[in-house]
Design a protein around this ligand. Sequence first.
Ligand code: 5GP
Length: 118
Amino acid sequence: MNKLYDTNNIFAKILRSEIPCNKILENHHALAFSDINPQAPIHILIIPKSPYINFYDFTKNASINEMKDFWNLVNEVIEFVKINRDGFRIITNSGSDGNQDVPHFHVHVLGGKNLGRM
Ligand code: 5GP
């Protein structure tokens, strides 16, 4: 266990089934569910099932299989909600400068309309 990982963060509670989520898809190492406060018609979060704090922690410390399952699930979600043709945006916030609210690594997949320029 990473010493700095907060086991009481909201996504850890979702993974322990202590609070519900609207699950979209999952595999052995990753879970995808709807964001509770969607910023686009499609707004899905994908998280690894193991305790990684952010992108840096995940990419530095996750196994090849965890990374493979994670990114495969991102792509399966994109296909499942049919945004592979019209496009989408993937965002990951990290740390205080990135304004990360939940300290469990996640990517946001946004789509379903033209999202404008960043
Ligand atoms: P961050 O700012 O950490 O990148 O994004 C955290 C995201 O988690 C936000 O978009 C927020 O709406 C979402 N979120 C926060 N609490 C919950 C929750 O209890 N359930 C779900 N499904 N999403 C949540």
